[in-house]
Design a protein around this ligand. Sequence first.
Ligand code: PHB
Ligand code: FE
Length: 346
Amino acid sequence: MAMKEAAATETQKIANPRGLPIAKHFAVDPADNVTGYKSYHAGSFDFRRDGYFAYIATPKGFHTLPVDAFLRALMRDVAWGFFYGTVNFDQVFGTTNYYGEVDMFLGSTNEAYTSVGREFIERFKSNELMDIFKQMVSDWTIEGYDPFAAPMETGAPWGVKNGDNDKAVGRTRVTARRMVGLKGDTPVRTDQNGFPVNRMFDDVKQDAPEVYPEPGFEHEVSAFNLFAYLSRSDVTWNPSVCSVVKDSLFCPTSEEYILPVEHGNDRCEWFVTLSDEIIWNIKDGKTGRPKAVVRQKAGDCACMPADIRHQGFSAKRAMLLVWENGSPKVPDLIREGKAPTVAVSF
Ligand code: PHB
Ligand code: FE
């Protein structure tokens, strides 16, 4: 995920704008006789899958998603520890991260639901909901299907329970402490350590920068070829922390097909397209009303405001630099009106 290891929540009060109590009920039902999949319960949310669909039942509504889309989104929510702000799996279901606690909702970021009071929200301890989500993504992902992969690079998720793919869903994310390639930090990718160049990046040069530090500075100077690094990513839409300077996190990623979530950020977020082209659909964060379409070509830079949601589309695998301010103070400052929702005012 695009986040430092420890979000500094210990010293900070956890925000709870809706004043919700913590839901405590969790259960897992045994595998269904017909489909072979377990069903999962968190608070009043019930989750079930069959050959094609994921079903979410709540006291106020029932929702259905194609199971491939559900698993891709669930995988991101799990891998990113609920990410920054809101992860909309689609226009109805999702989670909002309060860093230590999390709201799970049906319809609360969709004006059609909220305007008639049809939304349903419950709050959980993050680690307790995460435990259920991890079990669900493991059980519902079958052999040959990789929810991190582009559709052309994976098998299908359809049908009855048939094995698993814990190797894929259990991938540990890259979170550099300082920078990729430093001694003791996350390594550069090579053929030897299991990261061959992706088929869509076989034109990317694989040379490495030459570094000549002054004597005595050998352990303080380092460089790596970020394009070569990204050309070897085995996953899509999965920003990893590649360099850290205080709260400034560079989280590059390789993008093919569709960002599996509509991300409603709780802070401003910069996007620099490093190669190829990505189209972003921008909607209002609260209502889902369309706001803009941004077509970013290689070299283009955009800053996503803190009050929108965005979803990217990339027909040809592209490289994207996501630049985050990882400070845990930013969401409260924005909620309290003490920090702007845009990085630049013209
Ligand atoms: C984002 O929500 O900002 C985001 C998430 C995953 C990506 C790129 C951007 O791969
Ligand atoms: Fe985002």
